[in-house]
Design a protein around this ligand. Sequence first.
Ligand SMILES: Cc1cc2nc3c(=O)[nH]c(=O)nc-3n(C[C@H](O)[C@H](O)[C@H](O)COP(=O)(O)OP(=O)(O)OC[C@H]3O[C@@H](n4cnc5c(N)ncnc54)[C@H](O)[C@@H]3O)c2cc1C
Length: 388
Amino acid sequence: MNTAVGIVGAGPSGLLLANLLQQAGIPCVVLERGTREYIETRPRAGVLEHRSVEALKRHGLADRLLAEADRHGSCEFRVNGRPFQVDYADLYEGRTHYIYPQQEVVKDLLGAFLAGGGDVRFEVPDAELHDLTSERPSITWTSPDGTAESLTCDFVAGCDGFHGVSRRSVPEGAVSNVVLHHGIGWLSILAEAPPSTRSVIYALHERGFAGHMLRSATVSRYYLQVPVDESPDDWSDERVWSELNTRMALAEGNWRLTEGKIVEKRVLDMRSHVVEPMNHGRLFLLGDAAHIITPVGGKGMNLALHDASVLGDAFALHYGSGDESLLKSYSDVCLRRVWRAQEFSHWMAGMIHTSAEPFHARLAQSRLEHLLESKAYRSTFAQNYVGV
Ligand SMILES: Cc1cc2nc3c(=O)[nH]c(=O)nc-3n(C[C@H](O)[C@H](O)[C@H](O)COP(=O)(O)OP(=O)(O)OC[C@H]3O[C@@H](n4cnc5c(N)ncnc54)[C@H](O)[C@@H]3O)c2cc1C
């Protein structure tokens, strides 16, 4: 088999890129480790920035999202039970977040690509990349019926997340890995419970951070700051709800979370990782394959979509006129935005978490006080939060 671009991974980055190539008349094949059902039901992120939605809109990929997503322009910091609302849409050109679960983004992008005749191979767990620095790299794999397959292409787009084959296929020393371990864990909880709030809550409490994120009318996500080596098995459902209620309690009144069935419980290790540059030979890395960011600030899926949008434009120019300039600047353009997001996420992480380290604890306190007191500081927060 031959194609122009072989795409490994059918997450938000791979599927947006596939749609952009299809719309530009550039052939591509998508290889995905999981089944269609797996990718269409895998709950992860749920917050789209204004500019991500604008990019999807430009390509006619946002119809259901615009009809169904809730829009949020405000979030709450709850500091030892005292609520403080930041109306970030008012502070930054009326821009809002769109609350739309990641699996719905995937469903829409996959549906559009397949409706246009797109080629997606599911259940490909053993893809291998070859000759990435040659003119014609290739991908080999075994199809579900046991047939050995091979795809030769002009370029490979590695969209298969942090643990995928693409990042691993770059030889040692060919790129730099810039890494930070924050030493913080989040117990991430997904529950079949309607939201108990109209906007995201970041609760800062002496026992540690707690977060309430919105996903849909019937499902909510919550986070609890825990030690990195914590086991989710130590957290019974009763303990989760009790701790969330303690850390999020209001100083006045008897506000409580609406509880529901917990359907996912896992511990996330807060870490940041950036691969520089985001390409090697004819392999381009996108999304989590190129960069991991902490969930603080909700940037991961948005960065993945941005990478796809930049690379889609670069391929359109290359195949349209032979101009390689956008392919050459792909990594620099994406990394600028990646580092802006990393800085913001790091700044915010330093403000919302409880630290046993007195210096960090005082910095967090000062940062928070400044946010509550200074409109200029809040405006900068708003710009970065909803997308510069
Ligand atoms: C609990 C949680 C909450 C989050 N919350 C937010 C949030 O609120 N906002 C936000 O913006 N981001 C958030 N993120 C981050 C966001 O989910 C990721 O940044 C995003 O999924 C990255 O998209 P991607 O396309 O790069 O990769 P992925 O979504 O990881 O997709 C990669 C795809 O590649 C496939 N694959 C993997 N290996 C192979 C292989 N070897 N061969 C073929 N296919 C392969 C996988 O099955 C998957 O379908 C969150 C993440 C988690 C875990």
